[in-house]
Design a protein around this ligand. Sequence first.
Ligand SMILES: Cc1ncc(COP(=O)(O)O)c(C=O)c1O
Length: 445
Amino acid sequence: MATTTATPALSGREIVDLAKKHTLFEWSAQAKIDPIPVARAKGIYFWTPEGQRFIDFNSQLMSVNIGHGDERVIQAIHEQAQKLCYANPFMATEPRARLGAKLAEITPGDIDSFFFTNGGAEANENAIKIARFFTGRHKIIARYRSYHGATAGAISLTGDPRRWASEPGIPGVVRVLDPYHGIERGWESAESSLAQIEEIIQLEGPQTIAAFILETVVGTNGILIPPDGYMQGIRRLCDKYGILMIADEVMAGFGRTGEWFAIDHWKVVPDLISMAKGLTSSYLPLGAVGMRHHIAQYFQNNVFYGGLTYNSHPMGCAAALATIRVYEDDHLIDNARKMGAIMRHLGRELQKKHPSVGEVRSIGLFGILELIGNRKTKEPMAPFNGSSPQMVALGKFFRENGLYTIVRWNSFYTNPPLSINEEQLREGFAIIDKGLEITDAGVKD
Ligand SMILES: Cc1ncc(COP(=O)(O)O)c(C=O)c1O
């Protein structure tokens, strides 16, 4: 029998130093970052090698929806690895076949065919490619307050400042404003937002527009829950002008909002739907783009020009099937709805108590708190695309007190795994409650 020599484990400090010396960290100037060393994780918690415990209040990147370390998914990955670790994407495998059929069951309307990718950006790349092939048009409408991924096309679709460094990007992207205009200006009605979009469609020439891509609930740009009528209105505009509607459900999908997909709240059927993250709860990389029946039919006799070595990876597909079973067996979408109601209540309590809390938004277990430095003007606690000493101090407090979440600009997120219970939710909110004393001290009026 083969033996292995145990390598002595590295300390947290050694892991960070070595990783920083030989690897490049995402979206950062390397000298400015101090990553958390992670050794293990279970349920809603993860630990450093030295045993510091964190509540994962962001499900890492809003993706470990079923919670960490679920033995059923680990077992399914193990079993698939023993049978077949890899088959090239021209092969048909059982996990690929079963996953396609399962997704056809849970996705909206007559979406019944899927192209499997390695993640969310690549799902969006293929969504716009499919839309362009199918319509013969080239322009894509996207919104400013959006993130669609970091590959060449997806970053061009992205409206937020992460796009700037990659410009000019791919041609043909037309950007429109969202119904939300930041904490100071607030929300516009669905009607006026839709009217502005229709005007842009007419000015661009509807016959040149292949698709409108939108996050159904905007994620990293502020958990923006569209006003009623907005999603239905986008669907109507797309139908009126022969434009395909692409729902980016990469972050909002798989129970995060209390429905399988966020778009289900508005009973709208998009033409294409992109997904990743919660699809495998990030146990293995996998994304997908789903399409309605008539779009899939188009590719019966027209070549689908696309494919990568790892598309439809059997390990990823097996992990996704096991993950979907966990959502079902543990009623996690129901739990997201129930815990979501409690989270909304806890958020409102914080808003009443803390002058720095300007707005609290959530749908299911997809939540955010926006902080302000002035009660009258609602000036944000940090500027657009910037930070402030108070927000930095709040982030430091969370880290020292064992709460992990993303602090971005004037906001921070409350996106725990859908398996969380009330006691754990309250444990997280108790740390937030204490931390907000720091930002309260920064409120001027
Ligand atoms: C809405 C949305 N779309 C696409 C992506 C890109 O997904 P990935 O990082 O898996 O490529 C993300 C990632 O955060 C996302 O939030």
